[in-house]
Design a protein around this ligand. Structure first.
Ligand code: FBP
Length: 552
């Protein structure tokens, strides 16, 4: 039999706080339709003729006439990277459905959308769900990155849904997965099917936020876990006073995680990709800036410090962005020839011979092991796997080289001992904080109400997150309301855009206004581990990002 820790057991029986509007008897929720400004992008209207132009929905207490009375069967999938709180979304859906009608059924397709195509699923029951309540991970039904986009996939999905009598699908995912939810919803509508499709906003990266989504679930817990680790290193460095720690933090593109962890811990240097892009900084500008700080601190007898590096940093450096685009083009256009070349050296030689002069000089200036990462690691679409490039090690190598040069001409007298870290997977499946446990549960419960009302093509929306959870507002936002057209691999595609760090908004400005102080001093904060039980002022702390976003 599987063993559980005492804390896991205590968390399993923790009851998330349900917003009042959802907590009232299920038949007393009325969808209030508010005609807020809808998306005026006519291309979106053209692509989504059946789901475009729908109003935003806000739930209010009242008498609900539209709720479906007959028993329904709902399916759920996890899509993309893990985020703490996923199991609570499922628990929220389950509890909402069962409270409306105990004969309602919930199933989970296994491994994301590919489970739908292969008709692999499991029935979700109170028994198999109870040990997963308030736990991290997506291990109840696993996740995957498959999208259902082609006509063949869509019609196979429809066939599989018909064979299982599925009335609704809830997709728990990030920007791409919710874009996919919009495409699927449009397809079912066009086919005159009554199957409802609802999205739930998830990602530790925090980049699925816009005027309707304050933050996706998972960001709160993941950043608290990384902050605990970074805070511990801050105290270690203060005690030993002999290392520079270069810490890369997850976040495929946007630097929200790095910014949040920086605001929670106050390290000496926080690199924010979006600032680097705005200032059009080159790789050597970044290295020089860090070296200046290392020398300044060394002159104060401080041969130690902490640098935070966002995972997506290199894509914000214009010359590297160009190198990546150049490499992707070459590899795309010569897949067959490259595939036939046996050794890495042959592949490199062939690819390098096709690079522009600037890109060639740049890749040749990189340490060999890092240069190879640009060529070898590809994602399932054949593009460079930017997230696996060890930027923190690249920076350390380049800094070491320059400091040696400076030292040889008597311009640097300190000692530079660097240690690299990558914190990513450590935070994605952590036990959800109270915020994420409550938020994810509310998102799931709310999704069940949308489905019970026969609503399709909407995102489950829970807002006013700085308030007490009981006062959170709930409803739905049409997915098409958040969409725009973006060029992806040269083709115009409808997408829900990722939101990058806004360098004019409060969270970034808070860092910017303090950064000089943090560079030279040890204003470090070690926030400690997430607190699940105890006084509210330590169990219900929200992220700086959310707090500062709401600050006028
Ligand atoms: P999502 O956008 O799917 O939520 O993924 C988040 C993330 O954790 C990124 O931060 C990271 O770059 C990526 O997933 C890693 O992906 P994988 O799990 O496939 O290694």
């Amino acid at each position: 039999m599987k063993e559980y820790s005492d804390l896991q057991r205590a968390r399993n029986i923790f009851k998330p706080i349900l917003p009042n509007v959802l907590n009232n008897a299920i038949n007393n929720i009325t969808p209030i339709i508010r005609n807020e400004v809808i998306n005026t992008n006519l291309n979106i209207k053209k692509i989504f003729p059946n789901t475009y132009g729908k109003p935003n929905i806000h739930f209010k207490n009242g008498v609900n006439c539209s709720i479906i009375k007959k028993a329904i069967k709902v399916a759920v999938i996890f899509s993309g990277g893990q985020a703490p709180g996923g199991h609570n979304v499922v628990a929220g859906i389950f509890d909402g459905l069962k409270r409306a009608n105990k004969n309602n059924v919930l199933i989970g397709y296994l491994g994301g959308a590919s489970g739908i195509l292969h008709n692999q699923y499991k029935s979700i029951e109170q028994k198999n769900l109870s040990n997963y309540r308030n736990t991290g991970g997506f291990n109840l039904i696993y996740s995957g990155r498959t999208k259902i986009e082609t006509i063949e996939q869509l019609s196979l999905m429809k066939k599989n849904f018909a064979s299982c009598n599925i009335d609704a699908l809830i997709i728990i995912g990030g920007d791409d997965s919710n874009t996919n939810a919009a495409i699927i919803a449009e397809y079912f509508k066009k086919q005159n099917s009554t199957t409802c499709i609802i999205g739930v906003p998830k990602t530790i990266d925090g980049d699925l936020q816009n005027k309707y989504i304050e933050i996706p679930f998972g960001f709160d817990t993941a950043t608290k876990i990384y902050s605990e680790l970074v805070g511990n290193i801050c105290i270690d460095v203060c005690s030993s006073r002999k290392y520079w720690h270069f810490i890369r933090l997850m976040g495929r593109s946007a630097s929200h995680i790095t910014l949040e962890v920086g605001l929670q811990t106050h390290p000496n240097i926080i690199l924010i990709g979006e600032e680097i892009l705005a200032k059009k900084m080159t790789l050597s500008n970044i290295v020089d800036n860090i070296i200046n700080i290392i020398i300044k601190r060394s002159n104060l007898n401080k041969n130690f410090g902490i640098v935070l590096v966002p995972e997506g940093l290199i894509e914000f450096i214009p010359e590297i962005r160009e190198l990546i685009a150049n490499l992707n083009d070459i590899i795309d256009n010569h897949v067959k020839i490259i595939g036939q070349l046996q050794s890495i050296e042959e592949k490199e030689k062939f690819i390098y011979s096709k690079l522009s002069a600037e890109s060639y000089n740049l890749i040749k200036s990189l340490p060999n092991n890092i240069a190879s990462q640009f060529i070898l690691d590809r994602d399932p679409h054949g593009n460079i796997q930017v997230s696996s490039i060890e930027t923190e090690k690249l920076l350390i190598t380049m800094i070491e080289q320059k400091l040696n040069e400076l030292s040889s001409i008597g311009k640097y007298h300190g000692s530079f001992n660097a240690i690299s870290h990558f914190f990513g997977y450590e935070g994605r499946c952590g036990m959800p904080s109270n915020f994420d446990a409550n938020y994810a549960y509310a998102l799931g419960y709310n999704a069940s109400i949308l489905v019970l009302n026969g609503i399709t093509g909407y995102l489950s929306s829970v807002r006013h997150l700085t308030r007490d959870p009981a006062l959170w507002e709930c409803g739905g936002i049409p997915l098409t309301n958040m969409m725009t057209i973006e060029k992806r691999n040269g083709v115009d595609k409808p997408v829900i855009q990722k939101t990058l760090v806004n360098i004019h908004a409060n969270p970034f400005l808070e860092f910017f206004n303090n950064k000089d102080k943090w560079i030279l001093n040890e204003d470090y904060i070690s926030p400690g581990p997430i607190q699940y039980f105890g006084s509210k002022n330590i169990t219900n702390v929200i992220t700086q990002t959310l707090k500062l976003k709401h600050k006028k």
